[in-house]
Design a protein around this ligand. Structure first.
Ligand code: NAP
Ligand code: GLV
Length: 313
């Protein structure tokens, strides 16, 4: 039995080493040995080449090395086997660190003070209390719920939006398209932790940004997107920053990654760019979880954190 590791976009060496030491009795391969390699039972992937998995006749399960699975589901030839994604304290903790960091930087006027420092200006800005602002979180899944818990500590008012209704203490929970306008209308800082699915692609457009609360103590609404770049319409975000519909944005994900050098987002004075690094997948933390899932599968036990292929996440 062998395990196929197929990672595109960055180095797979650390994943290969970690998988081999977690599963010492299995053969870990980075390519099928032949056109229809019957030895491969499991695939551990990030953006696998189209058609690769369909060519494996004995494939039993696919594992994403991240929380998202749009990079797997875009393959039109995907075989009908279970897909499991990452749900892990390590990854969730990293995302909440990013969210808290960005929310606090916007609250504490990081953009204005960095600009002032460059000019050597000593000028105290108006500073609203955290409790004067509502952070609205789109996506109340593993990541959104943890971020809400951690933001609560600072005293922010919290709202959340998901596909199905949630009940979370201290969070005004809204659900579905019919409650999206109410959710946006109470949101000063919008944190986006949605998956990219047919229902969410392009959701962060001019129409949505215009529905954010217009009376923020910060002077305008703020967008923080660490979900997926495909959710956002970058031309609309830039136009909203110019018109004052948006005050500032922190973006970790982009329509095209890496973000092209020609993108005006790189140079915009009120945009904070990170290179899809909000919650990196650490092989040392995550491979033991994937190895445990493979061993469970071998024993005939059910997999955890399965993807609903129809919903797309
Ligand atoms: P999750 O547990 O599956 O949660 C997804 C949330 O989005 C759920 O609350 C879900 O609603 C909601 N949702 C999905 N479709 C929706 C729709 N059409 N309308 C309203 N709500 C919708 O996923 P997760 O583990 O929190 O991860 C979320 C995403 O974060 C991943 O898919 C990935 O794209 C992104 N991510 C980014 C990074 C990074 O470094 N930037 C790292 C990790 C993950 P229900 O609760 O009703 O199902
Ligand atoms: C990263 O983007 C992930 O989906 O885990």
């Amino acid at each position: 039995m062998s395990v196929l590791l197929s990672i595109s976009g960055y180095s797979s060496t650390a994943w290969l080493d970690a998988l081999q030491s977690a599963l010492p009795d299995r053969r870990i391969v980075t390519e099928p040995a032949s056109a229809k390699d019957g030895e491969i039972r499991y695939a551990v992937v990030w953006k696998q080449p189209e058609g690769l998995l369909a060519s494996l006749p004995n494939l039993q399960a696919i594992f994403s090395i991240g929380a998202g699975v749009d990079h797997i589901l875009r393959d039109q030839t995907l075989p009908d086997v279970p897909i499991a994604r990452i749900v892990a304290e390590d990854l969730t903790g990293r995302m909440s660190e990013y969210v808290v960091w960005r929310v606090l930087d916007h609250l504490r006027r990081g953009f204005a003070y960095r600009a002032q420092q460059a000019l050597g200006q000593w000028n105290e800005r108006v500073q609203p209390a955290a409790s004067a602002l509502t952070v609205g979180i789109m996506g109340l899944g593993e990541l959104g719920r943890d971020a809400a818990e951690k933001l609560k500590f600072f005293g922010f008012k919290l709202a959340g939006w998901s596909r199905t209704r949630k009940e979370l203490p201290g969070v005004v929970c809204l659900a579905g398209d019919e409650e999206l306008t109410d959710f946006l209308g109470m949101t000063d800082i919008l944190v986006v932790l949605l998956p990219n699915t047919p229902a969410t692609t392009g959701i962060l457009d001019a129409g949505l940004l215009a529905r954010l609360k217009r009376t923020s103590p910060l002077g305008g609404p703020v967008l923080i997107n660490a979900g997926r770049g495909a959710l956002q319409v970058e031309a609309d975000i830039l136009a909203a920053l110019e018109s004052g519909t948006l005050l500032e944005a922190s973006l970790d994900v982009f329509e095209t990654e890496p973000l092209p050098a020609s993108s005006p987002l790189w140079r915009h004075p009120r945009v904070f760019v990170t290179p899809h690094a909000a919650a990196s997948s650490d092989p040392d933390a995550l491979v033991p979880l994937i190895a445990r899932q493979i061993e469970a599968c071998e024993r005939g036990e059910p997999l955890q954190h399965l993807v609903d292929r129809r919903a797309g996440y």
